[in-house]
Design a protein around this ligand. Structure first.
Ligand code: NCD
Length: 357
């Protein structure tokens, strides 16, 4: 039984098939209105969200299914001290598929290893956001018609911006990709993604603090919000929050067919004067996100389900070695710490932080 916790849980071929299904759904929505009749999705949102939760919910409703869930951890038994594992086992009795968002990294992974129904990671802390990547990929496909031979600039909060992490993983499987990492040093991309994804795949990349320097080279500009909620020090957030503001003046430096993506919500990093520019794709991205979530829900619910969690190559650890205080494994009672091994060393099986063994 398949869960989607990381974008790499989907092969390139599976992503191609999801894109083909989503495009057919756009052309012929009427063919899909009963496909998930009698099925329920549980949207378990332990962290605020508007578009992602409503996107999953409207996706399921448009497939003829129904929706249960909560949009605030205060409304769940977690506020009484329930573990993710127990919440998941309970929801297994009510629903056919789960979409989970959680402020702690690795929480959807914990759910998936305790679940007989598919679990979709709808964003975990500053870690990953695979369905945002599906939205991004459909947008890139519809705007550019390809995933190969593209130069992409990621701008803003590359440290905590989980959509950036997942999209870089996804793009590393295509050829001719070039990357610009545009951020202040405090918000730089985590080292492990630089080393184990970008450098490992020999992707040419440049790091710069200057948006103006990168702009003329880009086919795609991926803007991000500075993630205030993940900062330990609020004065750092105040200092960094407006580090980049895209406006129509700066856009004069860009190619005439550059696509501007942003997972939204935007704060001040894209001026509203950009919205009317034909290069602005961020509201199209929202619509594409719903189509890809429809395609993903349909795929996971129609694939054969052996009722067993997806096997993972975890190495059980005798003691807790993860020191990331945003990791679920430091909090979840009864959870055995575990590691995954890569050619670069060991990392926590839940949040992927490096650990020393
Ligand atoms: C993103 C997220 O939640 O990570 N938003 C989204 O899902 N559309 C980006 C963000 O919150 O800045």
């Amino acid at each position: 039984m398949k869960s989607v916790i990381d974008i790499l849980d989907l092969s390139v071929e599976e992503i191609d098939n999801l894109i083909a299904t989503a495009c057919d759904m756009i052309e012929h929505p009427e063919n899909y209105t009963e496909k998930c009749k009698g099925k329920k999705i549980a949207t378990l949102f332990f962290e605020p969200s508007t578009r992602t939760r409503l996107s999953f919910e409207s996706a399921m409703l448009e497939l003829g299914g129904s929706v249960i869930g909560f949009s605030d951890a205060k409304n769940s038994s977690v506020s009484k001290g329930e573990t993710i594992a127990d919440t998941t086992r309970v929801i297994n009795c009510y629903a056919d598929i789960i979409a989970m968002r959680h402020p702690l990294e690795g929480a959807p992974m914990v759910a998936s290893v305790n679940s007989a129904i598919p679990v979709i990671n709808a964003g975990d802390g500053g870690h990953a956001h695979p369905t945002q990547t599906l939205a991004d990929l459909l947008t890139i496909y519809r705007e550019k018609g390809r995933f190969n031979d593209l130069t992409i600039g990621f701008c803003g909060d590359l440290k905590y911006g989980r959509p950036v992490h997942s999209l870089i993983h996804a793009l590393s499987r295509y050829t001719g990709i070039k990357i610009y990492l545009i951020s202040p040093s405090e918000l730089a991309l985590p080292e492990y993604i630089k080393r184990e994804v970008i450098e490992k795949h020999n992707i040419p990349y440049a790091e710069t603090a200057s948006m103006e320097e990168a702009l003329p080279n880009l086919d795609i500009l991926y803007m991000t919000r500075v993630q205030g909620e993940r900062f330990e020090n609020k004065t750092d957030y105040e200092r960094l929050k407006d580090c980049y503001v895209l406006n129509s003046e700066k856009l004069k430096l860009a190619k005439s067919d550059m696509s501007i993506l942003h997972p939204l919500p935007r704060v001040d990093e894209i001026n509203v004067d950009v919205d009317a520019d034909p290069r602005a794709c961020y509201f199209k991205q929202v619509a594409n996100g719903k189509q890809m979530r429809k395609a993903l829900i349909l795929k996971l619910l129609t694939e054969s389900n052996d009722g067993k969690p997806e096997p993972r190559d975890f190495i059980p650890l005798e003691e807790q070695l993860c020191t990331n205080n945003r990791c679920i494994s430091t909090i979840e009672r009864g959870l055995k710490p575990a590691a995954i091994k890569t050619e670069f060393g060991c990392r926590c099986a839940y949040c992927e932080s490096a650990i020393k063994q």
